[in-house]
Design a protein around this ligand. Structure first.
Ligand code: SRM
Ligand code: SF4
Length: 567
């Protein structure tokens, strides 16, 4: 769909209502009208079709197997056990019997059919969770560091993130009218959108909050990032990061991933004003002619960082203070039990690509349901698609451990290796309409085949960060991985190498459009060198740079940012 038509659809949508009610009521098709397919994204849902069934349906002259993905808005990925139980029931009743934790700490349901969409939305809202603005050209689910180890600061950061998430929600009542039968108040079509205006943002917008030394949210991949600055365990403010983003198009040099610039320090009280200024700057300066150049990262590169920072200061009335020192150690999750400073315990479980289902290997859906039945703390989804069972009193640990073991939640032959624990893969086939190759479904097989190659070189437990995306949009944030496979065609990937495992350095294209055998052979050679020549504690990505195997990518702004961050 051309950019112009998306902008038209937004402005003519009567604040995101469009003809959604008619589309939903139409019994003749399982699909929505085309313009409503755009608008429903702002309500947290995507029309998809089962791509595994496409050919067969075509042969049978049937319309495609249309179905809907629904994404929750859960800032920081926090849900209570009672919400978990409701979300679990929805997965079985309306979706494909699975819950999917996303790389932005949300749940996705797949496989909901049109005539059950409204009932599903109502059931999600009955769990006191909504899906408004989970997709679309608005602020998306806000990321927050997941493991509440430094409990006091984490709670404060989470509260600021929740406040910002609310602050950046669209004001339209369309969501409540369409899904929750709210009465339409006369004139309610004119709701003011002081932050967004009638055409919302030029493109999606993402915010993340990191608490060093862990960069589990990949703060530099967000349009707007906040790096918490703590003093003696208390939050004193945030370093501000702008202009991160992953999406790119194969072979199009005008599009590229970018890590954000750190532009200064603000106090917590300045956060809402500054965030509003950032969002409205993007609203007004962002490219509305070319959707592929509409993300904030390009606005910064097109207008210049100084201009954009000047706009933010002018609009917010806040003068940014000099950046405070910060240091990230890694962008992964901390598995197993850790004790928070408040004496409560947190257990991080690894889940393969965030999928929670009952399979022949393990009963994860049932297991987490049983844990939710006894757990009195909360669940926290991580931005690496994993799950923290958080806030467990010491005396309750054993009971949780037993359930974890019974249901294969953190054991079993497939979950054991360092490679598998760190790996992330996007959804891709069969639901993602943009997938060019497998990702989530390929991850277990690929790691099973790569592991022996590591072991051959004595690298069994080397903590190598692998990410797979089914296309260059980069939903698994592959461009920050030490090894990334980016889908090019069925069974073929671009092999990208050289991220830094702290989420601060982009990787570089090493081999284009190769199959599994070529990927494994290439890595075999490089692992041999890494095993023989690496310095003590040196990561794979760092080694590849030091030994000159790869150089920084040649994206317009990347060299400068990478050097800044490593200074
Ligand atoms: Fe994404 C589009 C899945 C995180 C960049 N993403 C999609 C769609 C909706 C496909 C579509 O447009 O038809 C995918 C739905 C697949 C499915 O069947 O469920 C999809 N994205 C996902 C999720 C579920 C991946 C996952 O495996 O967890 C993540 C949901 C996040 C959430 O809960 O909100 C997800 N997507 C990301 C991230 C990572 C992040 O935000 O930290 C990125 C890269 C960061 C960024 O935005 O730059 C990302 N998704 C994209 C893009 C490229 C945007 C761009 O600037 O070019 C698209 C395509 C688009 O927008 O046109 C996209
Ligand atoms: Fe789909 Fe591509 Fe995102 Fe994977 S990276 S979920 S294939 S859009």
């Amino acid at each position: 769909m051309s950019n112009h038509s998306v902008e038209d659809i937004k402005s003519e949508s009567n604040r995101l209502r469009g003809s959604l009610l008619d589309s939903l009521a139409d019994p003749v098709t399982g699909a929505l009208r085309e313009s409503d397919q755009t608008l429903i994204k702002y309500h947290g849902s995507y029309q998809q079709d089962d791509r595994d069934l496409r050919d067969e349906r075509r042969r049978q002259k049937l319309e495609q197997a249309y179905q809907f993905m629904i994404r929750t808005r859960t800032p920081g990925g926090v849900v209570t056990p009672s919400q978990w139980l409701k979300l679990d029931a929805i997965a079985t009743q309306y979706a494909n019997h699975s819950l999917r934790i996303t790389t932005r700490q949300a749940f996705q349901y797949h496989g909901v059919i049109k005539r059950e969409l409204k009932a599903t939305m109502q059931a999600i809202n009955a769990a006191l969770i909504d899906t408004l603005a989970a997709c679309g050209d608005v602020n998306r689910n806000v990321l927050v560091a997941a493991n509440p180890l430094e409990s006091r600061a984490h709670a404060e950061v989470q509260a600021w993130a929740a406040k910002l998430s609310e602050h950046l929600l669209p004001n339209t009542r369309a969501y409540y009218e369409i899904w929750l039968d709210e009465e339409r108040v006369a004139g309610s079509g004119e709701e003011e959108e002081p932050i967004y205006g009638a055409t919302y943002l030029p493109r999606k917008f993402k915010v993340g909050f990191a608490v060093p030394p862990v960069n589990d949210v990949d703060v530099f991949a967000n349009d707007l990032g906040f790096i918490a600055v703590l003093d003696d365990g208390a939050l004193v403010g945030f370093n501000l990061v702008i202009g991160g983003g992953m999406g790119a198009t194969h072979g199009d040099a005008e599009t590229y991933p970018r890590v954000g610039n750190v532009i200064g320090f603000i106090t917590p009280e300045q956060l809402l004003d500054v965030a509003t200024a950032v969002v409205t700057t993007q609203r007004d300066l962002g490219n509305r002619e070319l959707r592929k150049r509409a993300r904030f990262k390009y606005t910064i590169d097109d207008h210049g960082l100084d201009t954009v920072v000047g706009e933010i200061e002018r609009r917010s009335g806040v003068t940014l203070q000099p950046t405070r020192a910060f240091r990230f150690e890694h962008n992964g999750d901390r598995y197993g039990w850790v004790e928070g400073e408040d004496g409560r315990w947190h257990l991080t479980l690894h889940l393969f690509a965030g999928r929670i289902a009952d399979t022949s290997h393990a009963t994860h859906l049932t297991g987490l349901r049983e844990i939710a039945n006894v757990h009195r703390g909360e669940f926290r989804m991580t931005a690496n698609q994993n799950l923290v069972i958080a806030g467990v009193p010491a005396g309750e640990r054993e009971r949780i451990d037993t359930l974890v073991k019974t249901h294969g939640l953190d054991a079993g032959d497939r979950l054991g290796t360092a490679l598998q624990r760190a790996a992330v893969a996007c959804v891709a086939l069969p639901t993602c309409g943009l997938a060019m190759a497998e990702a989530e479904r390929y991850l277990p097989d690929f790691t099973d085949r790569l592991q022996p190659v590591l072991e051959k070189h004595g690298l069994r437990d080397a903590p190598i960060l692998l990410r797979i995306s089914g296309c260059p949009n980069g939903c698994s944030r592959p461009y920050l991985a030490e090894i990334a496979l980016v889908g090019k065609a069925p069974g073929r990937y671009n092999l990208m190498l050289g991220g830094d495992a702290r989420g601060q350095r982009l990787n570089t294209l090493y081999r284009e459009n190769i199959d599994e055998a070529a990927i494994l052979a290439t890595l075999d050679e490089l692992f041999a060198r890494y095993a023989g020549e690496r310095a003590d504690g040196e990561g794979f990505g760092d080694f590849l740079h030091r030994s000159g195997v790869i150089a920084l990518p040649a994206y317009p702004t990347h060299r400068q940012i990478a050097l800044e961050l490593h200074a």
